[in-house]
Design a protein around this ligand. Structure first.
Ligand code: PMP
Length: 399
């Protein structure tokens, strides 16, 4: 994929940036769209009767429509703009979870969830949390999901792609299991949506959450997609301006979906940026994006396998994994490893990756993680391996 020239930060910078799962870089198209909006199109939305505000509103709603098309939603009203995946998950835990579940009900998650799809559920009092296991090859163990789901399961909330292991989960199969007891299926799509073609009409989810900043868009905005009937049923998360219909001193009524979930001035410029990111990804084609990920991940796994002291945590089967590769080098602490890699011009993330229980499950304190986006290259993988060799030598690890 020959797109590096589209990313100003990468041009003339010889850093091998391998931390796109944390946040991706932005193409010129996104930067320009936001710049133009700020310079000549900016006003608050849904408020002013003057032309500039009406045009800003049209641009904001056009961005919503782009996102809806991108994920195959049948109507833009199914797309709620939030602050990001974290806010989307908190909204669901509070309004689809706490508001509706009763003591004795349970929510099924997995051991590889990001804290964003774990901690909000811990806020629920009297609700049992259950955790699906992984197979030996780091796939989601569907038998374990089936064992955990019972007639008191109200919600099954699982990542579409693990930010640590790269594991892609079979949402259609999860749906099948959850459907037997009428449980709602929530998918944390923070890593899924940036990397795979997603069509919500056949994904199998009832709700899908994702963040713009991981898919070439800006920070400060994300999405909660939901089935229309469920969004109608769900109560607002925040109260304030924009989300109301009638307001009295003691009672109010809500604006229609999606506006009842968007209290206050929304991230206007960020929505335009997300719309541009979606245009950019659509231009590349999500099938091509996935193909690039698979090829690069395959190449990286092959190269890492040539170093016996490297342990990779994640599926070997490329069909069920994306381009987030967690690894350790002998007993070198991942933080030390990432510092040495940085000194050699390679940026990787080290730590628990906001998935502490997964680290416990794997029996390790942390991993180093290399992760890819559309601009990542085989050359960067080579530089990662070269950096690892330098580290191995430094720590006297035999190769
Ligand atoms: N879930 C997953 C799988 C993630 O990778 C992340 C970001 N690391 C999140 C949720 C949280 O996303 P955000 O910080 O954008 O809210």
């Amino acid at each position: 994929m020959d797109v590096r020239k589209d990313f100003p930060i990468l041009a003339g910078n010889d850093l091998a940036f391998l931390d796109s799962a944390a946040s991706s870089q932005k193409p010129e198209m996104v930067i320009e769209a936001m710049d133009t909006m700020l310079r000549s199109g900016y006003a608050n939305v849904h408020r002013g009767a003057y032309r500039l505000s009406a045009e800003a509103t049209d641009a904001y709603e056009a961005a919503r429509a782009k996102v809806a098309r991108f994920i195959g939603a049948t109507s833009p009203a199914e797309v709620i703009f939030t602050r990001g995946t974290t806010t989307s998950m908190n909204m669901l835990a509070a309004k689809w979870g706490a508001d509706r579940l009763v003591a004795g009900d349970n929510v099924v998650l997995s051991v590889m969830e990001h804290h964003a799809n774990l901690v909000p559920w811990q806020f629920l009092k009297g609700i049992e949390l259950r955790f699906a296991r992984l197979t030996d090859d780091f796939a989601l163990d569907l038998e374990s999901v089936a064992e955990l789901v019972d007639e008191r399961t109200r919600i099954v909330s699982i990542t579409g792609m693990s930010n640590v292991l790269g594991t892609i989960t079979p949402v259609d199969r999860i749906r099948e299991i959850a459907g037997r007891v009428g449980a709602t299926v929530i998918v944390d799509g923070a890593q899924l949506v940036p990397h795979l073609p997603v069509d919500v009409t056949d994904l199998g989810a009832d709700f899908l959450a994702f963040s713009a900043h991981k898919m070439l868009g800006p920070t400060g905005i994300g999405v909660l997609w939901g089935r229309p009937a469920l969004l109608e049923e769900m109560e607002p998360f925040e109260g304030g301006g924009e989300m109301i219909d009638e307001v009295g001193l003691y009672e109010s009524t809500w604006a229609p979906v999606p506006h009842k979930f968007e209290a206050g001035t929304p991230p206007i410029v960020e929505a335009i940026g997300l719309g541009a990111a979606v245009d950019y990804l659509t231009g590349l084609g999500m099938d091509a994006v996935r193909k690039h990920d698979v090829e690069l991940t395959g190449y990286a796994l092959e190269r890492l396998a040539t170093m016996p002291a490297v342990t990779v945590y994640g599926p070997t089967d490329l069909e069920i994994r994306g381009g987030a590769i967690s690894f350790t080098l002998g007993d070198v602490h991942p933080h030390d490893l990432s510092t040495i890699l940085d000194e050699n011009g390679v940026a990787v993330r080290a730590g628990h990756h906001c998935a502490r229980p997964l680290m416990d499950h794997l029996g390790i304190p942390a991993t180093a993680r290399a992760s890819f986006s559309v601009y990542s290259s085989g050359d960067e993988v080579d530089r990662l391996v070269d950096g690892l060799k330098v580290a191995a030598k430094l720590f006297d690890i035999r190769q």
